[in-house]
Write a protein that binds this ligand. Structure first.
Ligand code: DQA
Length: 147
């Protein structure tokens, strides 16, 4: 099965940016780990990062009929992009929302995700490990090993 990993604005700066909150790992490092993990799970995985809302939306549209699952960290768009939310809802691909930091113990404005209601679930607060957890969650959803 094909899985798409989307990262939104400023996540290209991982490893430099607020390392206490977001960890020391670069996005490239995280994606390499995901790639290795995906191979173990028999997933074919692709990666995309953009600082532009429209490009993220275009990727979600292109995923329609091609990908079986999406892992997305929408960055700050999490809190206000109805357009990304609508794109996810439109393509009906099981999507897991990931945040490196725990968005519930930070500023009030981060405690609201407009994306989460159209996702199968959300993982928040486990730094880079959240992406791996999301991959495991999609694997379970698509294979139902523990049902
Ligand atoms: C983030 C949390 C967002 O509030 C923030 O704007 C980010 C990163 C996270 O991964 O913890 O850019 O999505």
């Amino acid at each position: 099965a094909k899985i798409l990993v989307l990262n939104g604005p400023n996540l290209n700066l991982l490893g430099i940016r607020d390392t206490k909150l977001y960890g020391q790992k670069t996005l490239e490092y995280i994606n390499n780990i995901l790639k290795r993990e995906a191979e173990n799970l028999n997933f074919e995985i692709s990666f995309f990062q953009s600082n532009c809302e429209g490009q993220i939306i275009d990727k979600i549209h292109e995923a329609y009929g091609v990908y079986r699952g999406i892992i997305i960290n929408p960055g700050a768009y999490t809190h206000y992009s109805i357009a990304i939310r609508d794109a996810i809802a439109s393509v009906e691909i099981p999507t897991v929302e990931v945040h490196l930091s725990n968005i519930y113990n930070r500023e009030e404005f981060r405690t609201k995700s407009v994306i989460a209601p159209v996702c199968v679930g959300q993982i928040s607060g486990f730094k880079e490990y959240g992406y791996i957890l999301a991959l495991f969650a999609l694997h379970e959803m698509l294979n139902r090993r523990y049902e």
